[in-house]
Design a protein. Structure first.
Length: 454
């Protein structure tokens, strides 16, 4: 088989890509100053800005967004009359969680078993490098045939909506004919995939108070209302016995039509322990792409080590609710809040604070851009046909962009296939996927430019 010149160029650039990804992964860019210094995010943003300037981008800027983080913007003009394509990624990352569980340091890119390990390697610092690789390959093979805007977000993982708010206040900034969101992933390594739907998200913090202060459990336990026990009972109300999400008024019976997710593959991808059942009903695709899912992502309570025999006066938890396409995240937030109030036991005082929200998204797979991407992926993946799948995660910016630019086509691709284990310990990226998707993106930009010529 003849090797495409773009493929040859990207292959030659892979050592440089590994070096750059290692530099970018080294920044502890968690967009939460309570966890890591803000200076780490600022340094990562500066790295991205410098990389864009090195590729001759104009108007490179660090945008101070309303949530206190920075997004990086740059513009690369193309030939006269060429369409404009916006390339998106984010440089902020999830916290590393239990660093002792990592087989190598989370902020040190480490090669093992044919993969590159490090926090953000796939989600989504690898996406930044993917965009750079694609553009460099085009420049080395006749030039970039479209005008390109790049936007690298600084708080996507926190869900605080800084870039979304900034874009709504500056609608002219990100205008484009097509938008490529480089923050999803193939259904399986080596299977070219575009993401057709995203679940939305709402994030709430709930606090229960029952006493003026902690009490001795021997002297008062059995009659004194325990706030931690109340919280456990409240959180339990969010799931049925089979594990299905049960928020009062929220529909949980949608069915996914399209590429299915075999249960045995899901169990392997999720590393479910032998003998442990999956939760919920319907197909796996129904559960992870088409239906709501509630998760308790944090709870404040005394640690086991150092615990005292006390009845707890207060308890706090953080709850994430994934909102499926076809539902409204604002309405889902209202329903979840009402459910929490209605199911709080013993008259405990409850306060609910919203800390994040994003709408679900559904792409138009019939658009010309998807035809151009299908052709590009067929070449990059040696004749394999492009597939479409859902994604259970959320990218709140997608809906803002679709509302601001209703004529723009939005495609979602990326490096977060199941083996990447994003958001978990030992996150990694497949260098082969990085290479193939960079080729696909470069070919897409060329195909798309040709499709727009009169």
């Amino acid at each position: 088989m003849t090797v495409h010149p773009i493929s040859e160029t990207v292959a030659s650039l892979m050592p440089r890509a590994r070096t750059e990804l290692a530099e970018l992964v080294a920044f502890q860019s968690v967009a939460d100053p309570a966890v890591f210094p803000k200076s780490e995010c600022e340094a990562a943003a500066a790295w991205v800005a410098d990389a864009l300037r090195a590729e001759d981008f104009q108007d490179v800027a660090l945008l101070d967004t309303p949530d206190g983080t920075q997004s990086v913007y740059g513009y690369l003009p193309g030939p006269a009359g060429a369409p404009t394509v916006l390339l998106y990624a984010h440089y902020d990352v999830q916290p590393p969680l239990d660093e002792s569980a990592w087989l190598s340091p989370p902020f040190e890119l480490t090669e093992r078993d044919g993969r590159w390990f490090g926090r953000g390697a796939a989600d989504c610092k690898g996406g930044v490098v993917m965009h750079l690789l694609a553009l460099r390959a085009l420049k080395a093979n006749g030039g970039v045939p479209v005008s390109v805007k790049v936007i690298a977000e600084g708080s996507e993982e926190q869900g605080t909506g800084g870039l979304e708010q900034y874009a709504r206040s500056h609608p002219e900034l990100l205008t484009a004919d097509t938008i490529v969101i480089g923050d999803t992933g193939n259904f399986r390594v080596g299977l070219p995939t575009v993401t057709s739907t995203l679940r939305g998200m709402t994030m709430l913090r709930v606090q229960l108070d029952t006493l003026e202060g902690n009490l001795h459990s021997g002297q008062f336990g059995g009659a004194a209302p325990d706030a931690l026990a109340a919280m456990i009972q409240l959180l339990a109300s969010l799931r049925a016995e089979d594990g299905s999400t049960t928020v009062d008024g929220l529909t949980d019976d949608a069915a996914w039509e399209g590429l299915q997710y075999p249960e045995e593959e899901f169990r392997s991808d999720a590393k479910v322990l032998d003998g442990v059942s999956l939760i919920g009903t319907g197909t796996v695709a129904d559960r992870v792409w088409a239906r709501p899912a509630v998760t308790v992502i944090g709870i404040d309570c005394p640690p086991v080590i150092g615990a005292t025999p006390s009845v707890q006066a207060s308890a706090r938890a953080q709850i994430s609710l994934r909102v499926p396409p076809g539902a409204d995240a604002v309405e889902a937030t209202k329903l979840l809040t009402a459910h929490l109030h209605a199911h709080t036991p013993w008259g405990a005082r409850i306060s609910v604070e919203q800390v994040g929200q994003g709408q679900p998204f559904r792409a138009d797979l019939s658009s010309p851009a998807y035809t151009a991407m299908a052709d590009a992926m067929r070449t990059a993946y040696d004749g394999q046909e492009m597939q479409s799948s859902g994604m259970g995660g959320s990218i709140p910016l997608c809906n803002a962009l679709s509302e601001l630019y209703p004529e723009a086509e939005i495609l979602l691709i990326g490096l977060s296939e199941p083996e990447a284990q994003i958001h978990a310990v030992n996150e990694s990226v497949s260098p082969e996927e990085l290479e193939r998707l960079s080729v696909a993106e470069a070919l897409f930009l060329r195909n798309y430019a040709e499709s727009k010529k009169v």
